[in-house]
Ligand binder design. Structure first.
Ligand SMILES: [Zn+2]
Length: 334
């Protein structure tokens, strides 16, 4: 689900500058494109097809081709291979001089020697690696990464694991993607698969950074809040379960609580809290390093450690629910 949400978000982003549109469509066409029709043995083709299971991605291809080259691709739906559920959306262009010129500008095919309208170069033309020529600007490298993810990317639900992957058919392409990711500080790796080469990224920091680079802001927020909540759960449990909790752990828990409370207050305001929670929230903000026992003693009248703990849990629970609600309606955070 998270992967589909991320793709939907990316496929609906503003398309941006022409240079970036070119880079994004180049990635999608390279990874989803194939030549079809014509006599295969003779290396002929009648169409250039791009197929995807994602309707938003198909629409993205159509609008990029229109805005960039004034092309009007045709689209059709087909059954997926092997009876897999869902549709396959096939967006296609006639394989003619105009299409060839577009592919050439996207760095996907080499300039054809002696290509004519009748014979624009055939199906053996596609280039293996990354078209560095059109990726000299940083904005375009971001768009290119976005295109590779829209075409063949997957990101694991962050509740389960921090993992993101992009499947390619050729090693030069996989290594090119790794180099682009590295230029943004993302440590990606390549592994060989039964068919092709997979680029993958592990760890919360790198997955978040790659999503950020691609422009998936809502997905980054979702992922980061999962990370924060996990941190809180862990730290609160530790501080609560362990009577002899050492100071460092207490401070950690306090800092995470402070961060969450500050975030919540910035969005919802203190006024939305019941008085008891309001008090403990203000004390926590004023004393991030204090233990819950100390916070309880600062109240007038003072409350016990377990009562302070109880209030803090209710407060964090409230913040967590407010956040989940926002994640479910991403329009509000954008
Ligand atoms: Zn650009």
């Amino acid at each position: 689900m998270f992967s589909i949400m991320t793709k939907d978000e990316l496929a609906r982003l503003a398309t941006g500058e022409r240079c970036c549109m070119l880079a994004e469509l180049s990635a999608v066409a390279r990874m989803r494109g194939r030549f079809a029709g014509g006599r295969r043995a003779a290396g002929e083709a009648q169409r250039f097809e791009m197929a995807t299971e994602n309707a938003a991605v198909a629409r993205r291809i159509v609008s990029l081709a229109r805005d960039l080259f004034d092309l009007r691709p045709q689209a059709k739906t087909a059954r997926r291979k092997g009876g897999a559920p869902g549709n396959l959306y096939v967006v296609w262009l006639p394989w003619d001089e105009t299409t060839r010129a577009a592919l050439e500008e996207m760095g996907l095919v080499l300039p054809a020697r002696g290509a004519t309208r009748q014979s624009p170069g055939g199906r053996r033309a596609m280039r293996a690696g990354v078209p560095w020529r059109i990726l000299s600007r940083q904005c375009c490298r971001r768009a290119y990464l976005r295109g590779t993810f829209l075409a063949r990317g997957y990101v694991q639900n962050p509740e389960k694991a921090y993992h993101m992957e992009i499947v390619t058919d050729a090693e030069p392409l996989a290594c090119g993607i790794v180099r682009i990711a590295a230029s943004f500080g993302v440590a990606a790796r390549v592994t060989g698969r039964r068919r092709g080469f997979m680029v993958y990224v592990k760890g919360g920091d790198d997955v978040a950074q790659l999503l950020r680079v691609m422009g998936a802001c809502a997905s980054v927020i979702t992922l980061e809040s999962v990370r924060v909540m996990r941190g809180v759960r862990g730290d609160v449990n530790r501080a609560v379960n362990c009577d002899t909790a050492n100071v460092a752990k207490t401070v950690d828990a306090g800092l995470v609580q402070t961060e969450i409370i500050r975030d919540f207050v910035a969005r919802a305001g203190m006024g939305s809290l019941p008085r008891g929670l309001h008090e403990i929230a203000e004390l926590r903000l004023a004393h991030p390093e204090a233990t819950l026992k100390e916070l309880g003693e600062m109240l007038a009248p003072p409350i016990t450690k377990s009562a302070a703990n109880h209030r803090m849990r209710r407060l964090l629970d409230l913040a967590r629910r407010a956040e989940t609600k926002e994640i479910l309606t991403p329009a509000r955070i954008l």
